[in-house]
Design a protein around this ligand. Structure first.
Ligand code: COA
Ligand code: AMP
Length: 628
């Protein structure tokens, strides 16, 4: 039988989603089969595989050991930061995870309890996620580059019983001590976890507080291994917070059943992998890419996954990625375009590539931000493998648009993530919700129901889920991206429709940055925009208006603002620039014209909107930028 084309697979997935995903669900071990594949009886909420029972950790580890894969590499930790490579077979990883799960169980953790994981890129972080899954507990990983206040917001929303952390993270030239960040967060947060479990790393010690803190190694060594606890397919596996339009992050919920089915399916069909092969997502477990493609998908599918604690450049050089590919036999590499821009900047002739044997590498996948055609073309020339841009979000958990390598490889068009992936009915709508013809830019939406693996709701916030994603265009999930579809059905993702900016593949809310600036005692009002940056794609730029009577030396004030954002949001915001201005451009109703400010800052042509209160303010902004 000839395999289906992309168009056929996509059409079938939309015509009969239940049959399509029931077939995909055969790739997962269920302790009880589902009653129905899709329950859409309570719109706009849908549930995949209700009645089904499974355990995600069993599917990621135990069943591979049972099936004879026990000696295969499951996880390879490669850290140029500490100069160490550690390899865990599926059997070893299962045993380590079972011991940690036993330790968590001894601390009283069970089904439905939240466990917050605030950790650097060490194998114990992945073990912690899997140990929670083993017990049916719900993990919430917080990225190590976030500061105390961001951590506190997530602690208060998720209300974890236990926090798992480490003594430090390692950034080039800097040890990031976690204790001050964690203590700072716990001081701000109203919720207090019952226990804190600390992984001590050599570079920095964490002073354990008696009664509250426990040593990770001691706890795991003393515990009896825990078995997998079956959970409902619809039970949450994790909560992952992501930036919304305000400073309050949204708790994206992922269920167990749909997630396992979709991720397992994606590894073969989207990424073209086979069990036993080596997948490397060069991201961080604090982001959705890390959840889905460092931890869950490769393990669910029986692949080896690489967990890399390092950077694309500087650890120690621009050949770092190629060393990892060659040393571990990586077959598919997934990272953000910004990593390639960093490598290209240091090694424009791609000289480092020739120093390694990259014959194992078949495909490079890029996502997290728009893949600019120059970077894609450079990567193709440097690596001589297909470079596949694909489009997705924290909310969906796996790609919405891709050139599906395991279905039908399609011609690559630089700048487009190719076509909607099976399961996703992507449309382009105008402001009135009418569908736009090919070539016209509008809001990118997905007709409901979303496929398995996508968020069923926000944590404890069904109303927020409805209002953020489903109300603007009834019957559709709003991605908050804008773009168009061309006459070949290829999607082109051009910008966000909200005030989210994308800094080095990291998603940030300008609203959150503005909150940090507005809290400064001398600031009357402010605006933050994302401006183009040749390395990071975008970087934030602040504009502040001083309070009447505040006499401040601008350079000094800006440095205070930079420190403030670093302390409140975190270094990952890469907030380095701010300008003091007399006024902000606004509409007559008082809305700040951020879009026009961005055009001025990026040197694009612009016209003053008809609703502007005073067009002269735009000239003042242009003058302030020119003077900077
Ligand atoms: N813990 C603490 N601090 C962190 C951190 C972490 N986990 N991750 C980043 N930071 C800090 C960095 O040290 C840096 O601090 P600095 O201002 O003191 O230099 C700051 O946050 C900004 O980090 P980053 O955006 O990573 O910039 P960079 O200049 O250090 O490196 C790149 C630039 C392009 C090399 C880097 O962004 C990169 O590797 N990106 C890969 C893309 C990626 O991982 N995307 C995720 C989605 S796929
Ligand atoms: P995050 O939730 O952090 O993964 O960020 C998701 C957002 O990143 C999307 O809504 C897009 O704005 C952007 N994004 C992700 N992948 C792509 C891509 N391939 N092309 C363009 N933008 C992308």
């Amino acid at each position: 039988m000839t395999p289906p084309t992309h168009a056929e697979a996509h059409a079938r997935s939309l015509r009969d989603p239940e049959a399509f995903w029931a077939e995909a669900a055969e790739g997962i071990d269920w302790s009880r089969r589902w009653d129905t594949v899709l329950d859409a009886s309570k719109p706009p909420f849908v549930r995949w595989f209700p009645g089904g029972e499974l355990n995600t950790c069993h599917n990621a580890l135990d069943r591979h050991v049972d099936a004879g894969r026990g000696d295969q590499r499951a996880l390879v930790y490669d850290s140029p930061m500490v100069g160490r490579v550690e390899t865990f077979s599926f059997r070893e990883l299962r045993d380590r995870v079972a011991a940690l799960a036993g330790a968590l169980r001894d601390l009283g953790i069970g089904k439905g309890d939240r466990v917050l994981i605030y950790m650097p890129m060490v194998p114990e972080a992945a073990m912690a996620m899997l140990a929670c899954a083993r017990l049916g507990a719900i993990h919430s990983v917080v990225f190590g580059g976030f500061a105390a206040r961001e951590l506190a917001t997530r602690i208060d929303d998720a209300q974890p019983v236990v926090i798992l952390t480490a003594s430090c993270g390692l950034e080039p030239g800097r040890v990031v001590a976690y204790q001050p960040l964690l203590e700072g967060a716990l001081e701000i947060a109203a919720h207090a976890p019952r226990r804190v479990v600390v992984l001590q790393r050599e570079a920095e010690a964490f002073e354990l507080r008696p009664g509250r803190d426990a040593d990770w190694a001691e706890l795991a060594a003393a515990a009896a291994p825990a078995d997998c606890v079956p959970v409902q397919a619809t039970d949450p596996l994790y909560i992952l917070y992501t930036s919304g339009t305000t400073g309050v992050p949204k708790g994206v919920v992922r269920d167990n059943g749909g997630h396992a089915v979709a991720l397992h399916w994606s590894l073969r069909h989207v990424y073209g992998m086979e069990p036993g092969q080596v997948f490397w997502a060069a991201s961080d477990i604090g982001w959705v890419v890390g959840h889905s493609y460092i931890v869950y998908a490769p393990l669910l599918f029986g692949c080896t996954s690489i967990l890399y604690e390092g950077k694309p450049v500087g650890t120690p050089d621009a050949g770092a990625f190629w060393r990892v590919v060659a040393e571990h036999g990586v077959n598919a590499l997934f990272t953000a375009p910004t990593a390639f821009r960093a490598i290209k900047r240091e090694d424009p002739e791609a000289k480092w590539v020739g120093r390694y044997d990259l014959s194992s590498l078949r495909t490079l996948f890029l996502a997290g931000e728009r893949a600019d055609p120059d970077t894609v073309a450079w990567a193709e020339r440097a690596l001589s493998v297909p470079v596949i841009d694909h489009w997705w979000q924290t909310e969906t958990g796996w790609p919405m648009a891709a050139n599906c390598r395991g279905i039908e490889p399609l011609p690559v068009k630089h700048g487009s993530p190719t076509r909607a992936v099976p399961g996703y009915d992507v449309r382009v709508l105008d402001d009135d919700g009418a569908e736009l013809p090919a070539g016209e830019t509008g809001s990118l939406v997905v007709a409901l129901p979303l496929p398995p693996g996508c968020l069923p709701t926000l944590w404890n916030n069904d109303d927020g889920f409805r209002s953020a994603y489903l109300e603007r265009f009834p019957g559709y999930y709003q991605t908050a991206d804008a773009g168009y579809e061309d006459t070949d059905g290829y999607l082109w993702i051009m910008s966000r429709t909200d005030d989210i900016i994308n800094v080095a593949g990291h998603r940030l809310s300008t609203g959150g940055l503005e909150e940090a600036l507005a809290g400064h005692p001398d600031v009357a009002e402010c605006a933050v925009i994302g401006v183009a940056d040749s390395l990071k794609g975008q970087v934030p730029l602040g504009f502040v208006v001083l309070k009447a009577g505040a006499e401040r030396e601008p350079a000094e004030l800006v440095s205070e603002l930079v420190d403030r954002v670093r302390e409140q949001v975190g270094p990952v915001a890469a907030f380095k620039r701010a300008l003091v201005v007399e006024r902000l451009p606004k509409t007559r109703s008082g809305k700040i014209l951020r879009g026009t400010m961005r055009k001025i800052a990026d040197g694009e042509s612009y016209t003053a909107p008809a609703t502007i209160d005073d067009p002269a303010v735009l000239d003042e902004i242009a003058a302030a930028l020119a003077k900077e």
